[in-house]
Design a protein around this ligand. Structure first.
Ligand SMILES: Cc1cc2nc3c(=O)[nH]c(=O)nc-3n(C[C@H](O)[C@H](O)[C@H](O)COP(=O)(O)OP(=O)(O)OC[C@H]3O[C@@H](n4cnc5c(N)ncnc54)[C@H](O)[C@@H]3O)c2cc1C
Length: 485
């Protein structure tokens, strides 16, 4: 493909769509990103309640130190310098895991992590040694050269099929160690037993090598991506939902928008949930086998997220995250908490996220944001109050806490179109790994997928997915040319 101003349409302006757009614009394409919402950024974007910025999909990120992978990706995208970051773990703790009978502090550094595990579980030396070895090996491979350009080994697919369940069984891991390992899998939405080892190791290693919070709002991060794309000549159409992808002779040729407009392009990247793509591709454009494969993929669970304003005197800001883990009816219940200062001098924000199945909200399935009725409001409120009660033993009484906002899987579904409001898109479990392999290709020529469902979720996983999709479109050597620049 020539480096001309060939038109490309990117559907969706989340971090997946914007990063694809930036890379393609850098490669000389004429990029149009189409976003159904009035503002760009998807889950990256924060929102304001009572003057307080509330995060949606960026609480913290890993691997942003010098020579680390997400830093390199942000540099390639040209956004690194313009996203203020705050290093976590300066006082030795990135995450504090709070279990019923013990507490575990996740430190910075793989060796320190290993040491803390040895201290906490002295009867599990073999499992810990093996885990630390695997984390070290993973972190050595966590660079763009290895991930994008090295030839996959013949047995790499088999490697990726190994589950953390296999690891736990092989080493007879104790319940305590199992629980500690369970928490990072919550950042992928995959149960520990079915979590592919490489995905688990990469996620954990990314946070262990260095962890960062935004020193700005999610909105500012989203706007940085958007303005970088515009600076490269790309355009972003806001408030325009793509309702159909045009396919002629099995090739993509353009899109129709809800507004009645249409755009032409022979290259289209859909950075939305793959099931959304099925809805907008004409019925006969893909074979039934492909349609069945995508539509039957299991998705990750949704979440309940509660934003709470608390007097700073009652709840000081913490430089680390707190994660409450409780076994309820033999099911792990994880509540992620972050306490940050806000623009208001005496008020801190307690942001909480906890998994919440779509079934809990099915009664309002046919409703739309803002019009779900009083019963829904009461249900949200009751569940949010329950979460607050659950974290009170950690923080002390929160009588003066004021709930600013609550979002549910229905909110996420309507906001970004994620199937059943799933938090992290398609479930990348070992059980369905083969069915979601090579997801960035489609049977339609010129139509590609990007976004969190194609490779891995999170800002790191999604941007790696964008690089892979762009590599597929332009070839590895052209992709390499902008990475080395
Ligand atoms: C509560 C929560 C907390 C999280 N915390 C973290 C974290 O701390 N760290 C981390 O790394 N990751 C975190 N994540 C995950 C991370 O936010 C996501 O993996 C990532 O943002 C996904 O980006 P995306 O581009 O794939 O999707 P999205 O951000 O969902 O973007 C898709 C975009 O496509 C648009 N769209 C959909 N359909 C159409 C259509 N038909 N036409 C036009 N536009 C359309 C949507 O409106 C949306 O803007 C979190 C996620 C959630 C939900």
């Amino acid at each position: 493909m020539n480096p001309t101003s060939e038109e490309v349409i990117v559907v969706g302006s989340g971090v997946g769509g914007l990063s694809c757009g930036i890379l393609l614009a850098r490669l000389g394409f004429s990029v149009t990103v189409i976003e159904k919402n009035q503002q760009a950024g998807g889950l990256m974007r924060s929102y304001t309640r009572d003057g307080i910025e509330c995060p949606v999909g960026v609480h913290y990120m890993g691997a942003l130190d010098c020579d680390q992978i997400l830093r390199h990706i942000f540099e390639v995208l040209g956004v690194y310098e313009r996203i203020p970051l705050e290093r976590m773990g300066k006082k030795g703790v990135v995450d504090r895991y709070i279990f019923d009978d013990f507490t575990f502090d996740l430190p910075v550094g793989i060796q320190s992590y290993g040491q803390r595990l040895f201290d906490a579980f002295p009867d599990q030396p073999n499992a810990i040694r093996e885990l630390v070895g695997k984390l070290e090996a993973t972190s050595r491979r966590m660079n763009l050269e290895s991930l994008l350009f090295s030839r996959p080994k013949d047995d790499s697919l088999l490697d990726s099929m190994e589950s953390m369940g296999g690891f736990l069984n092989e080493f007879g891991c104790s319940n305590g160690l199992r629980q500690v390992l369970e928490i990072p899998t919550a950042w992928l939405g995959v149960p520990l037993e079915q979590c592919p080892q490489p995905l688990f190791l990469m996620t954990l290693a990314s946070y262990l090598t260095s962890s960062w919070r935004l020193g700005c709002s999610g909105t500012q991060m989203a706007e940085t991506f958007a303005s970088r794309l515009r600076g490269l000549g790309g355009r972003i159409l806001l408030g325009e939902r793509v309702t159909e992808i045009h396919v002629a002779n099995r090739s993509a040729s353009g899109v129709s928008l809800e507004s009645g407009n249409s755009l032409q392009a022979h290259l289209i990247v859909c950075a939305v949930h793959p099931k959304t793509v099925l809805e907008i591709v004409p019925p006969g454009a893909v074979r039934p086998a492909y349609r069945n494969r995508i539509s039957s993929l299991e998705d990750t669970q949704g979440c309940l997220s509660v934003q709470v304003a608390v007097p700073a005197a009652d709840l000081p800001a913490r430089s680390y995250n707190l994660i409450r883990y409780k076994n309820i009816d033999c099911q792990p219940r994880i509540v992620f908490c972050q306490v940050n200062s806000t623009r208001l001098p005496d008020t801190n924000l307690l942001a909480m996220v906890s998994p919440s199945p779509f079934d809990d909200w099915r009664a309002w399935e046919t409703t739309r944001t803002g019009r779900r009725g009083e019963e829904y409001r009461k249900e949200k409120e009751a569940r949010a109050r329950l979460l607050l009660k659950e974290v009170e033993p950690i923080f002390g009484p929160l009588d003066r806490a004021r709930i600013l906002d609550i979002f549910t899987p229905l909110s996420i579904r309507d906001f970004v179109g994620s199937a059943n409001g799933s938090t992290y898109g398609v479930l990348r479990s070992t059980r369905q790994l083969l069915r979601c392999a090579l997801m960035n290709r489609t049977p339609v020529q010129g139509l590609y997928l990007a976004g969190q469902s194609v490779t891995a979720p999170g800002i790191l996983g999604t941007t790696i997915g964008s690089l892979m999709t762009v590599g597929l479109i332009v070839g590895r050597e052209r992709l390499r040319s902008i990475i080395l620049e």
